[in-house]
Design a protein around this ligand. Structure first.
Ligand SMILES: *[C@@H]1O[C@H](CO)[C@@H](O)[C@H](O)[C@H]1NC(C)=O
Length: 243
């Protein structure tokens, strides 16, 4: 008995639906598994070696959130984030802040460590780069880590490591990691895994940071404006002072 065209057609549609549903379930599962892993986030300006470090550690991509790349290497779960360049043009700054805001909000319960990245160069330049990023992460300062990439450029690593640890002491990093791309990555992997043990209860609280959700910021701005207005109603000179 031959199948009618209609039956073949219906069968085809059912198979298609099963495949689509399966795919959707798989995607949902993947997304959830990304969220349940504890992530260590690489943060820094452009060109400091975030992606280089991500690749050095042989991270395999398991998810993407806008321009944030999430990957695992063994038990490590790293986030390669876009440059935190918040000093440039107004429009870029706004977009970047929003992107970080969204990422932090989505992953705030699973981010387990923030690692600022700078490349090895003159110490004053490294300090400048650290300050540019640290400015926006001050709240987390006692829990921040520093990673120095391009350490293969050092001519005397033990000497430079010791000196840098001394010169960067004022930033109060929990620990400083060094990346020499010619060295085996297993040491760095072990050191990074240690973060999970050192601060198992690390949580990101965005309150009073630039990444706090917009609504709250707006509320505060309105309140501030209202206050300014009220005081300027009393004394017209305050308009000049508040501007
Ligand atoms: C590196 O610096 C240390 C301390 O200054 C010194 O003792 C050592 O000889 C240097 N090593 C090389 C290879 O230059």
């Amino acid at each position: 008995m031959a199948l009618s065209i209609l039956e073949i057609y219906a069968g085809f549609i059912i198979i298609l639906l099963v495949v689509i549903l399966g795919y959707l379930f798989f995607q949902a599962y993947k997304k959830n598994s990304v969220c349940s892993l504890k992530q260590l986030m690489l943060i820094g300006l452009a060109g400091v070696g975030k992606t280089l470090t991500y690749n050095y550690l042989q991270c395999k991509n398991i998810g993407q959130f806008e321009t944030f790349q999430i990957g695992t290497s063994g038990e490590l779960c790293l986030v390669d984030s876009p440059d935190m360049d918040l000093e440039s043009k107004y429009e870029k700054r706004e977009t970047r802040i929003k992107q970080f805001q969204q990422f932090f909000n989505k992953f705030k319960n699973t981010i387990n460590g923030l690692i600022i990245v700078v490349n090895f160069e003159r110490t004053d330049l490294m300090k400048q780069k650290i300050i540019k990023v640290l400015k926006y992460l001050k709240k987390f300062q006692p829990d921040l880590y520093l990673l120095i990439s391009n350490f293969d450029l050092s001519e005397n690593q033990s000497q430079d490591e010791q000196q840098l640890k001394e010169q960067l002491k004022l930033f109060k990093f929990k620990k400083i990691f060094f990346v020499d791309k010619y060295k085996d990555n297993s040491d760095l992997k072990q050191e990074l895994l240690q973060i999970y043990i050192e601060q198992p209860n690390f949580r990101i609280d965005l309150q009073d940071t630039i990444f706090e959700e917009i609504n709250k910021n707006d509320e505060e701005k309105c309140l501030q404006q209202l206050k300014n207005q009220m005081s300027s109603d009393n004394n017209p000179n305050d308009i000049l002072l508040s501007k």
